[in-house]
Design a protein around this ligand. Structure first.
Ligand code: NZQ
Ligand code: ZN
Length: 388
């Protein structure tokens, strides 16, 4: 294992019936007025909004709202919210939703304490120096944003879906009531599992040696996620499966699985972010397409790890190292298809002649990756594998 420092300051309140605690948490932090941020309205239909308002009222927290954060959240919405937060002199932010709302809240927090364009942080032109406290109620478990330092925003004018990571982004408190995720449509439930698995893969396959405990931890998260997403696609209201999937998602990217390694690979995420930026593809769907293709392109860089993956996750024991590694990748693709995710670019309507444009977009950040450093031409080859 490599040396590491690990500090995760986010308090998690987990379980059915916990949303009513949010007001108390905000009050006890000395915050009296928040900007509540949410998406397209799922929280109005499933009762989450009402539970939160009741809790805010009970603890006499003043609030203003901004809604309409879209999946693959955009910079213009963030800027609108920063203006509102400044005008209204809010003392904190309350994110209610999934990764898109949380990531927007993180950007808004940084923007509230910065005179320039918050995009400067995503372009790495400036380092963030301050934020305001972020609280959250998570309604879809996938990204780990509820307990991590990352924020991914799309600058829609420039087709850049880029990220910033800073300890300032850690939410102060996140409430996770898995029961409210039973209103997720089936494709979103599948997306959450794919994203969770993808975060684990980015770390698992980064090539670090002597991290047995983390390899076992990763495999546990992968197996548990695969088991419970299948149950949920049959039985969406199964609370125990929702709860286990939710905690897998948090563990997948709250840093606990990343310690002692080389920081993760992240090429597949990078390439997927270009699909989201250019075509609005949902993050989970894009990952189901890109990840197996990336694996096929790079597996020879550390064939032992891909063999281990095939053995541990899919019980593949017959054949040469290479045969096992390739069979494991095929099984993963079949698993994604089996939960009705797209697994080729063609399926989601992308034209072969556009692959160069996607590679250009992803290569703005090249070289990408740790297991194998990828330049534009490598990215293009991966997109060709992903095509059909
Ligand atoms: O907008 P509403 O109406 O609320 O609907 C949302 C949205 O359409 C819906 N939804 C959420 N909770 C629901 C629900 N529908 C019914 N019942 C509920 N309980 O789900 C849709 C997707 O929401 P979104 O927040 O976009 O999903 P997710 O949590 O998967 O977030 C994806 C975003 O996070 C980024 C992704 O790139 C993407 O932009 N990521 C953030 C990361 C981070 N901060 O660490 C890491 C990830 O790798 C990822 O890149
Ligand atoms: Zn992800």
């Amino acid at each position: 294992m490599k040396n590491f420092v690990y500090q995760n300051p986010t308090k998690i309140i987990f379980g059915e019936g916990t949303i009513n605690q949010i007001g108390k948490e905000i009050k006890e932090s000395g915050i009296n007025k928040v900007l509540m941020i949410y998406g397209g309205g799922s929280i109005l239909k499933n009762g989450v909004y009402d539970q939160i308002i009741e809790s805010l009222n009970q603890y006499e927290i003043d609030y203003v709202e901004i809604s309409g954060v879209q999946p693959n959240p955009v910079l213009s919405k963030v800027q609108e919210a920063i203006n509102k937060a400044k005008e209204e002199n809010v003392e904190g932010l309350l994110a209610v939703g999934g990764g898109s709302v949380y990531d927007s809240a993180k950007a808004i927090g940084l923007g509230c304490k910065y005179e320039g364009n918050v995009w400067d942080f995503y372009e790495r032109k400036e380092k963030p120096k301050a934020s305001i406290p972020i609280f959250g109620v998570l309604t879809i478990s996938a990204t780990g944003s509820e307990m991590n330092a990352g924020s991914v925003i799309t600058n829609e004018a420039e087709n850049k879906k880029w990220s910033v990571g800073t300890p300032l982004n850690f939410p102060k408190v996140s409430v996770i009531d898995p029961s409210v995720q039973s209103s997720l449509p089936a494709n979103q439930t599948a997306n959450t599992a794919i994203d969770t698995m993808a975060h684990v893969f980015e770390l698992y396959f980064d090539g670090t040696q002597n991290v047995d405990v983390l390899m076992e931890y990763s495999e546990g998260i992968i197996r548990t996620t695969m088991k419970h997403v299948k149950i949920l696609l049959e039985d969406p209201k199964n609370y125990q499966s929702r709860a286990q999937l939710a905690w897998c998602a948090t563990l997948g990217l709250n840093g606990s699985n990343g310690v002692g390694r080389s920081g993760g690979d992240w090429s597949s995420h990078n390439i997927e972010h270009s699909l989201s930026a250019l075509y609005g593809v949902s993050h989970g769907s894009g990952l189901a397409i890109v990840f197996p293709a990336w694996m096929k392109y790079v597996y020879k860089e550390n064939i032992d790890m891909f063999e281990r993956f095939a053995e541990q996750i899919f019980n593949i024991t017959e054949g040469s190292k290479q045969e096992k590694a390739l069979k494991g990748i095929e099984e993963l693709k079949s698993f994604f298809s089996g939960i009705n995710a797209p697994v080729t670019l063609k399926e989601i309507g992308i034209k072969y002649e556009d692959l160069g444009k996607i590679a250009d977009n992803a290569a703005m950040l090249a070289p990408i990756g740790t297991l194998k450093k990828l330049e534009r031409e490598d990215i293009l080859e991966i997109l060709k594998i992903a095509y059909e």
